[in-house]
Ligand binder design. Structure first.
Ligand SMILES: Cc1ncc(COP(=O)(O)O)c(C=O)c1O
Length: 391
């Protein structure tokens, strides 16, 4: 019998820890010791789930709707999403192409299994949401990172895609709005990116999880012009349902059957209660709540941007969506992990180091999440001022 594979040779050995979770854990420890911490580390809306959704969840429990559902999700919820794409983006998506998943995370896991084989490469922007690199590693495939700068709105150019595309490249995975940068793929670039991937015969996956939480008038879905693309989305962010673990993906027609087999095998179905609850996310009552929250995020963004600029952080004025500010800290430090540790331990402000999101310039950047109330943001800013503008 051959000797067992060394841990260091297994795909899992390439999976890096999600640093923001360690920041959260340390912040919780400090709080247990009695310290007051301002939380600007976590990408989770501070609002609890909107009441119409909670009510619908309770009713589903009372009715005993606690069994497995079809692997692709309950038809009623998939139909709500069909209507959502039609109303919001004027595109017709057949219900079969929509799969309800356990969060965008479940959707990304399914798509990594659907689209990748060992040794294949996937182009990604750097910085990007960290787990994506790890899903690719778990398939023994290679993330092919494209460094993107603030000057280019943190999204890759077609010239860069050409430069970084290798023989083994099979796809391009992007997010719009992006985490950690809050920048979007504007319509002309999204169109160009889609044309480019089709020309090269690569798959295109766009993570649209922050749709709805945008501060610009035009935020296109890739599905408006590319039915061969793959979309990931979620009820976590705009719909405020992080802990319910519910998301969805849209796949091209020819992938429906394989995606269904994968869903059956990977997780059987998403949570039944969460799915019935999410039906209420499409009610006008819930929409009013989401829009109020979006306005609150916008106000927080305006406040925090102004304050952080005054302190000396450098970042784009063009934060187009999500709830993050990805700020250059070179005026203060060239070691983002040490900087974040210092802000947390000595000043009680939790933020995330750029090292979570990639390699390019990661030591010069940190991410602020404005997912906490106004009063806490003010306190956080006051602490940062004291720490970084002494005297
Ligand atoms: C870009 C991006 N994709 C996916 C996810 C995972 O979200 P979910 O809670 O839906 O699994 C996140 C979470 O922060 C994210 O920022």
């Amino acid at each position: 019998m051959p000797p067992p594979t060394q841990h260091s040779q297994r795909p899992v050995s390439k999976v890096s820890p999600f640093r923001v979770m360690s920041v959260m854990e340390r912040a919780a420890e400090l709080e247990k010791q009695g310290r007051n911490i301002v939380h600007m580390e976590v990408g989770e809306p501070d609002f609890s789930t909107a009441s119409p959704i909670i009510e619908a969840g309770k009713q589903a429990l009372d009715k005993g709707l606690t069994q497995y559902t079809p692997a692709a999700g309950i038809p009623e919820l998939r139909d709500c999403l069909v209507a959502h794409y039609s109303e919001r983006y004027s595109v017709d998506i057949a219900r079969e192409r929509i799969f309800i998943t356990p969060g965008a995370s479940g959707g990304l896991t399914l798509l990594a299994n659907l689209l990748l084989a060992p040794g294949e490469g996937v182009l990604l922007g750097d910085p990007a949401y960290p787990c994506v690199r790890n899903f690719i590693h778990l398939m023994s495939a290679q993330p092919q990172l494209i460094p993107v700068t603030m000057e280019q709105n943190f999204q890759p150019t077609i010239e860069q895609l050409e430069q970084h595309c290798k023989e083994n490249t099979r796809g391009l995975w992007l997010a719009s709005p992006n985490n950690p940068t809050g920048t979007i793929l504007e319509r002309p670039l999204l169109q160009a990116v889609s044309d480019w991937t089709q020309q090269k015969n690569l798959h295109l996956l766009v993570d649209e999880i922050y749709h709805g939480l945008h501060y610009v008038d035009d935020l296109p879905s890739v599905l408006e012009f590319d039915q061969s693309s793959f979309v990931v989305n979620s009820f976590s962010k705009y719909f405020g349902m992080t802990g319910w673990r519910l998301g969805w993906i849209v796949v091209p027609e020819e992938f429906v059957s394989t995606a269904n087999s994968l869903a059956q095998n990977l997780y059987i179905s998403a949570s039944s209660i969460a799915q019935y609850a999410a039906l209420a996310a499409f009610s006008s009552e819930a929409r009013v709540i989401f829009e109020e929250r979006r306005r609150a995020f916008l106000e927080r963004k305006e406040f925090l941007s102004k304050a952080l600029k005054e302190i000396g952080f450098l970042f784009s004025d063009n934060i187009q969506g999500a709830f993050y500010i990805y700020a250059n800290i070179s005026k203060f430090s060239n070691d983002s992990e040490h900087f974040c540790q210092q802000m947390l331990e000595e000043h009680g402000v939790a933020i995330t180091p750029g090292t979570d999101f990639g390699e390019y310039e990661c030591n010069n950047f940190v991410r602020f999440a404005f997912t906490t109330d106004f009063q806490s943001l003010e306190l956080g800013v006051e602490r940062l001022r004291k720490a970084l503008q002494p005297g």
